[in-house]
Design a protein around this ligand. Structure first.
Ligand code: SF4
Ligand code: SF4
Length: 335
C-alpha cells in the first residue's frame, strides 16, 4: 500500500480506503473478514455514514481490539447543531470508540451551506466535538460542483469528498483549488457507482491524478479489496492500452450515466433527478434494494410525477434521455 497525507488534517492515510456503503449487505462475521482483508492490504481508512443503516455498527463490532489501526470517518445529513451533536454521539457509540478522526457534513447542496455553517448549524457541532476530543477533523461531502466550489472557501473544511472517476471529472477545477489550499480530496464513487467493473483500472486512473488525495471504493469482500489494492502496485502513467479501455468506458456510459452535476435542476415537478438515478443505481448494482427503495420512497417527488415538459433534458450537458430513464425508474421502484 501507498500512504499519503490527507491535506491539512495531517492524517496519514492509505491512498485507498474503504467506502462503507456495501457493509449494509453483509453480516457481522463477513465484516470481520473484510477488516482482516483491509489489514492484509495495508488499508487504514474506513468511511461510513449515519445514513448507511447497520454499516457503522457492524464496522464497530468488527474493529474491536484493532480500532487503533484505522482512521475512522463518518458523516451525517444533519444540518442543525443539535441534530449533528446527536449524530456524532451515535456514530461514536456504533463504532465503539471515544473518538472519530474525521466527521463530515454529508451531501451538502448549494442552498444548505449557509444553514450548515451558521452559528447554530451542523458545522458548529463538529467544531465543538473537535474541542471536546470526540472528533479529529471536519470534512464535507457534496455531489454538485457548485456546492463543492463554495465549500472550499470555508476555513474549517479540512477535507472534501466528491465523485471522481473515469466518467466523472466535473470536479477537476475544484480539485486543483483544493490541492492549492491543502484541503484533502477524497474521491467517492471511484467505480461510478458500480458501472465500471475493472477496479484496478479505475483506481489507476484516479491515483494518477495528482490533485486527488485518495479514493474510497465501496467494498464488501477480500477479493474486491485485493483487486482495488492491486492498482497501487503500479502507479506508473496510464498505458496506451489503458487509455483505449478508458475511452471505451466513456463511450459506453456517455449518454447513459448521470454525473450528478445538477444542471438539470430545477425540475418542474420537484423531482430530485440525480438522486433518483443514484438510488436506481444502488438498487441495480449494489444489491442494496431495500435500502435504496426506502430512500427513494422518502423523496418528496418521484419518477411518476414527471409531467414530461423536457426542460431538464434541455439543460443536461450530457444529453441524457431523462424522461425515458425516469419511466424505467418508475417501473423498478413502482412509483
Ligand atoms: S421532463 Fe419531467 S423530470 Fe424533466 S423537468 Fe419536466 S417534469 Fe421534471
Ligand atoms: S441528469 Fe444530466 S444534468 Fe442532471 S445531474 Fe444527471 S448528468 Fe447532470
Amino acid at each position: 500500500m501507498k500512504y499519503t497525507v490527507l491535506g491539512k488534517s495531517g492524517l496519514r492515510v492509505s491512498v485507498i480506503g474503504l467506502g462503507g456503503i456495501p457493509v449494509q449487505r453483509i453480516d457481522p462475521a463477513a465484516t470481520r473478514e473484510l477488516i482482516d482483508a483491509l489489514l492484509e492490504q495495508g488499508i487504514n481508512f474506513i468511511d461510513s455514514a449515519r445514513g448507511y443503516t447497520v454499516s457503522e455498527e457492524y464496522l464497530g463490532a468488527a474493529l474491536e481490539g484493532r480500532r487503533e489501526r484505522f482512521i475512522l470517518a463518518s458523516k451525517s445529513m444533519a444540518r442543525s447543531k443539535a441534530e449533528m451533536a446527536r449524530d456524532i454521539d451515535l456514530s461514536l457509540k456504533n463504532f465503539r470508540t471515544d473518538h472519530i478522526e474525521l466527521y463530515q457534513l454529508h451531501n451538502l447542496g448549494v442552498n444548505e451551506i449557509e444553514r450548515a455553517f451558521a452559528p447554530d448549524g451542523a458545522a458548529a457541532a463538529v467544531e465543538e466535538a473537535i474541542r471536546a476530543g470526540k472528533v479529529g477533523h471536519l470534512g464535507i461531502t457534496a455531489h454538485s460542483p457548485q456546492a463543492l466550489r463554495r465549500l472550499l472557501d470555508y476555513q474549517q473544511v479540512e477535507t472534501v469528498m466528491f465523485p471522481f472517476n473515469i466518467v466523472e471529472n466535473q470536479a477537476e477545477e475544484a480539485m486543483r483549488i483544493a490541492h492549492e489550499r491543502n484541503i484533502g480530496f477524497i474521491a467517492m464513487k471511484p467505480l461510478a457507482g458500480g458501472n465500471i467493473d475493472d477496479g484496478r483500472l479505475a483506481m489507476r486512473y484516479i491515483l494518477n491524478e495528482p490533485n486527488c488525495t485518495m479514493a474510497i471504493p465501496g467494498m464488501y469482500c477480500a477479493a474486491e479489496v485485493a483487486q482495488n489494492s492491486s492498482a497501487v502496485d503500479d502507479l506508473s502513467p496510464l498505458t496506451e492500452e489503458e487509455q483505449v479501455q478508458i475511452a471505451a468506458i466513456r463511450e459506453r456510459l456517455a449518454d447513459n450515466f448521470c454525473r450528478r452535476c445538477g444542471y438539470c435542476a430545477p425540475c418542474s415537478a420537484g423531482i430530485d433527478i440525480p438522486a433518483c438515478f443514484t438510488m436506481a443505481n444502488y438498487l441495480q448494482h449494489y444489491q442494496l434494494a431495500d435500502w435504496a427503495r426506502s430512500r427513494y420512497l422518502a423523496y418528496a417527488a418521484h419518477a411518476e410525477d414527471c409531467i414530461g415538459c423536457g426542460k431538464c433534458e434541455e439543460r443536461c450537458p450530457y444529453q441524457l434521455p431523462i424522461r425515458e430513464k425516469l419511466q424505467e425508474i418508475k417501473k423498478i421502484f413502482g412509483k
